[in-house]
Design a protein around this ligand. Structure first.
Ligand SMILES: [Zn+2]
Length: 119
């Protein structure tokens, strides 16, 4: 090794340089002692798996609620001969259903992206 202070060649693992008598901080080999190369984050992969495994059924469940609500509201509005209040309920149901589909799509895309970050 070389002394970092005076630059002379000195015995490996020297604590004090025999040439300049300065304390030598050991220059660790980065391949041996350095921080290991940053591995792909397993957390993202796990998140992706969770999104994929839970997000889609959850979104489908939300979509079902949206459609049940929307369908019920539509039926009620038809039975009630298009009362204004029930039309709004039907609209809310349809919007909830559409939102649920968007959530499902975003969940699927996020799951795929996060999962692919593992590879
Ligand atoms: Zn030295």
């Amino acid at each position: 090794m070389y002394c970092p202070i005076c630059g002379n060649q000195i015995p490996d693992n020297s604590v004090v340089c025999p040439v300049c008598n300065q304390l030598v901080t050991y220059q660790a080999d980065p391949n041996q002692f350095g921080t290991p190369p940053k591995a792909p984050s397993k957390v993202l992969g796990i998140l992706g798996t969770i999104f994929g495994a839970l997000g889609i059924p959850l979104a489908i469940l939300i979509a079902c609620f949206g459609y049940i609500f929307g369908g019920a509201s539509l039926v009620l509005s038809i039975i009630g001969k298009s009362k204004n209040h029930e039309d709004k309920l039907a609209l809310v149901g349809i919007i909830l259903g559409a939102l649920a589909i968007v959530v499902a799509l975003i969940n699927s895309i996020a799951g795929v992206i996060l999962y692919s970050s593992l590879l």
